[in-house]
Write a protein that binds this ligand. Structure first.
Ligand code: AMO
Length: 446
């Protein structure tokens, strides 16, 4: 126990246990004794009345102590409470139209578990103009802010929606190694690690494992971290992101585009149902889910060239160039399909129509790439040919190539970045605010 003015900090819960969450404090509990726990979000002294707002995971409750009605000792304690302190309050519920949920609590007891030692460096309600680095340095407190609470409630629903949808579609959830021996994606660099006496890497993608698992389970998905050594500082790249990887046997990239579209529709419908308050708070309409248009890469390049962009067929499409694609595409989902084989990874199958094009797609939201997917090569000689063409060290992929001797089915799949999907759905500009603890070239803590 430690004494702070006339407040005693008590670490022990003792017999005290929460009876209700804030959102459950309603007029129907009139005259009922309740015990709530959470954090002080404000204390207001109105002369002979003390108002305390306690916030917990469900919302807020108002506690009102009247001089004369509540013990002098308790009144004095409430007066000295500080914002953000972690407390428990016991009391009786009274209806009060102006209070959250139409009821307030007349306190009879208080336990202060941990008194806040200093004021927060940023406001908790509404938007804050404090720089993102100040907020990230104190991320756990930052995450109590209304704005981020709403974003991360939606993140939770997205994950629930993905799992529900894929399980209903007969997918099996898997986990694959994150300490790996070889690169899969080209482009983005790997993070080397020590693996006993050998060099190894953090996985850029579960790509080769999820493909292999179609041999055993046909339809698989994984929700897990991917690691990309991105040297650039942008608002849409992280060094550690969460990827939703989906892989299915006996289908091609068209089937996977349909599945992805249906999955996004399912998620958005679930968010509408479960996160009405968050959507109201964030004040934006959810993206429309009317059928996603498909633009072949070649067509996109032609449109951009007509609009004066200096882009050559075979080059990647930058966000800057894509801004010119179609202004009305800024807030909708669409696919760019049939990319040049030379800029897609070795495992992507070439189109039957042309050797230079492959059966691939990117799901876009405005200029933001949310997902990449493709039909995969399932025959060993084709894979070897592509690997040679891309100058890969075939020996180091031996562990992968050997399974192709045992009937790898035709298969296709995609990977979606969870943070980018959350950015699109919640209209968040900086990927760091769609990530609990972001990692980038400048940040390894908290
Ligand atoms: P790709 O490399 O395009 O494809 O990655 C798939 C999706 O993952 C997200 N993503 C990132 N998000 C934040 N920061 C990053 N540095 C980052 N890198 C990627 C993006 C991207 O669209 N194996 C393939 C997928 C497949 O074909 O199944 C792959 O990894 O949203």
């Amino acid at each position: 126990m430690s004494k702070l003015s006339n407040l005693v900090e008590e670490n022990d819960l003792g017999e005290w246990r929460r009876t209700h969450y804030s959102s459950e404090i309603t007029p129907s509990l009139e005259n009922v004794d309740v015990l709530i726990m959470g954090w002080v979000s404000s204390v207001r002294d109105h002369g002979n009345m003390q108002f305390v707002i306690l916030t917990d995971r469900s919302g807020s409750s108002q506690i009102v102590a009247k001089k004369g009605e509540c013990s002098e000792h308790l009144y004095g304690q409430l007066q000295h409470l500080k914002q953000h302190s972690s407390i428990a309050i016991r009391g009786v519920v009274k209806p009060q139209k102006k209070a959250p949920n139409g009821a307030e609590i007349m306190p009879s007891g208080l336990k202060v578990f941990s008194m806040a030692k200093k004021p927060a460096p940023f406001e908790m309600q509404g938007s804050t103009n404090v720089g993102i680095d100040t907020r990230l340095d104190l991320r756990a407190l930052d995450l109590r802010r209304d704005h981020l609470q709403n974003i991360f409630q939606i993140r939770h629903t997205i994950l629930q929606g993905i799992r529900e949808f894929l399980v209903k579609q007969n997918f099996t959830e898997v986990d694959t190694p994150k300490m790996i021996a070889t690169s899969t994606e080209g482009g983005a660099a790997l993070f080397p690690i020590f693996f006993y006496d050998r060099e190894a890497f953090l996985a850029q993608s579960p790509q080769l494992y999820k493909e292999q698992l179609t041999m055993a389970f046909e339809n698989v998905f994984e929700i897990g971290p991917i690691f990309r050594a991105e040297p650039s500082r942008t608002n849409k790249h992280l060094s550690e992101a969460i990827s939703i990887d989906v892989e299915k046997a006996f289908v091609d990239y068209n089937d996977m585009m349909s599945l992805l579209e249906e999955m996004i529709g399912y998620i958005i419908t679930l968010i509408k149902k479960k996160n009405r308050d968050a959507l109201e708070y964030l004040e934006f309409p959810l993206p429309s889910i009317s059928s996603f248009q498909k633009y072949p890469y070649t067509e996109v390049v032609e449109i951009l060239q007509e609009k004066g962009e200096r882009i050559k067929w075979g080059e990647d499409l930058t966000s800057l160039a894509l801004k010119n694609l179609q202004p009305d595409k800024s807030s909708s989902f669409y696919f760019i399909t049939d990319w040049p084989s030379s800029i897609k990874p070795f495992y992507v199958r070439n189109s039957i129509k042309s050797e230079n094009i492959c059966e691939s797609f990117d799901l876009m939201y405005g200029t933001l790439e949310l997902s990449s997917g493709s039909t995969r090569i399932n025959r060993k000689h084709e894979l070897l040919e592509r690997m040679k063409k891309q100058g890969l060290n075939i020996g180091s992929f031996d562990y992968h190539l050997r399974v192709f001797d045992y009937g790898v089915p035709p298969h296709a799949g995609f990977g979606i970045g969870l943070e980018r999907l959350l950015m699109a759905i919640t209209k968040t500009d900086n990927i760091r605010d769609a990530t609990l603890y972001p990692r980038d070239i400048d940040r390894l803590t908290p």
